[in-house]
Design a protein around this ligand. Structure first.
Ligand SMILES: [Zn+2]
Length: 428
């Protein structure tokens, strides 16, 4: 993520998606909330086959087959989904899957506010996986919450917003907000809405340059292909990212989904443009922003849930951007006696008055590591932390200390202390 120039702000949407997935995954798969995942009742098999038929229809772009999975749905829902399928046609869709979440909530129908008139009703958590042809080696994996109903022996999907009031929202993307078109240049695919072609072509050219730059500067292999999505307005972006904060101070986001049933791998990497800020800047700032976001995408091949935000953001600035930040915000913090003597926590990158200093500190630490342990030291630490099995026992800190020992044979706490002392010295 990258903030507006001269304004303190930033966030990393991948952290966001990871946090959301963790919150969902941490809840019991069975028990109080409904049917257990181990003993699947008969209806689940019927619903699983309904979802498979629905996914097949989407993948083939077969409108009649899609409508056939919604025979009992209200007309408005059916019309919405017809438009949605047409909007999807603008994408180079490689594959589309819809499956009951293996570690999901079971049945959430008790949370439905509106009664559904049917013989049997369930509300299921499903995972929607989308792979864009030539771009997604690991598909996106996003939660959708579907109300399914049986009437006269036939199952159908009747809604996908039944739990919005509980803030369990189905994934939405550009294609839920209108027709989508795509342009492609040098490893960059840009998705946009009607009227956005000229801007999309400019972004595609700028993103292709960023891809080349990151290929030269990031030391580990990555596919070298990025998807950039351009929403029409900030509220559309906020709904897609399911943010709980104002996206106003930001210019772009890098987001990946986390596939809990696939070893917690990151997939479906996307760069989202904040359309109400990005286009106000000149080409130099846009190029730096895209290089920063493309670097985030490049790291996803070796990253994982144990990688803290400061390492992610430090790496994006060190290996993505071409100019080092001035460090003025960190120096000001030290001189005001407010430097905490440690690296920033994840929340200090979102809604925090010290967000600018958080970015400065992240860069400063990664650059400091580079001076002591070699230019690629930050990248090595990121790869090492990314390989940690963060789903198992141990805090984030524990995994980070293990990662530092693996990468440099060094104690992370000592490194952090030496760095903090150096920061104070340099600012003094
Ligand atoms: Zn960033």
């Amino acid at each position: 993520m990258r903030p507006r120039a001269g304004r303190p702000a930033l966030l990393r949407a991948a952290t966001l998606s990871a946090a959301v997935a963790l919150a969902v995954g941490a809840l019991p798969a069975s028990g109080a909330l409904g049917a257990g995942a181990t003993e699947r009742p008969g209806w689940e098999a019927s619903v699983a086959s309904l979802l498979a038929r629905r996914a097949g229809a989407v993948e083939r772009g077969d409108e009649a087959a899609l409508v056939a999975t919604m025979t009992e749905a209200p007309r408005r829902f059916v019309e919405d989904k017809r438009r949605w399928l047409r909007a999807l046609r603008g994408l180079p869709l490689g594959s589309y899957r819809l499956e009951l979440a293996a570690e999901g909530f079971g049945d959430l129908a008790a949370g439905l506010l509106e009664r559904v008139d049917a013989d049997e009703v369930h509300l299921v958590q499903a995972v929607e996986r989308i792979a864009l042809r030539g771009y997604d080696s690991v598909p996106s994996a996003d939660d959708v919450f579907l109300t399914v109903a049986r009437r006269a022996g036939r199952w159908s999907v009747v809604a996908d917003d039944g739990l919005d009031d509980l803030d369990l929202r189905s994934s939405r993307n550009l294609w839920d907000f209108g027709p989508v078109d795509a342009v492609e240049r040098g490893g960059a695919l840009v998705l946009f809405h009607q009227g956005g072609r000229a801007a999309a072509l400019r972004i595609a050219r700028e993103a292709a340059v960023a891809v080349r730059r990151v290929r030269e500067r990031w030391p580990y292999p990555w596919p070298g292909r990025v998807v950039v999505a351009v929403p029409s307005a900030a509220p559309e972006l906020e709904r897609i990212l399911q943010t709980t904060f104002d996206v106003g101070p930001f210019v772009a986001f890098a987001a990946s989904s986390v596939d809990r049933s696939n070893g917690w791998r990151f997939g479906g990497h996307r760069i989202y443009i904040q359309p109400e800020t990005f286009f106000r800047y000149g080409s130099a700032f846009r190029a730096e922003t895209l290089a920063h976001e493309v670097l985030h995408v490049a790291t996803r091949s070796v990253s994982g849930p144990a990688v803290p935000s400061w390492l992610d953001e430090g790496a994006a600035q060190m290996y993505g951007e071409s100019r080092a930040p001035s460090g003025a915000r960190l120096r000001a913090q030290v001189r005001a006696g407010r430097f905490p003597g440690r690296l920033p926590e994840d929340f200090e990158f979102v809604d925090s008055p010290t967000i600018g200093a958080s970015y400065d500190a992240s860069y400063d630490f990664v650059a400091w590591l580079g001076r002591r342990l070699g230019h690629d030291a930050g990248a090595r630490l990121l790869r090492s932390a990314g390989a940690e099995d963060s789903v198992g026992a141990g805090t984030r800190r524990y995994h980070l200390r293990r990662a530092a020992r693996t990468a440099f044979g060094a104690d992370f706490t000592s490194l952090e202390r030496s760095w903090a002392a150096d920061v104070r010295r340099r600012a003094g």
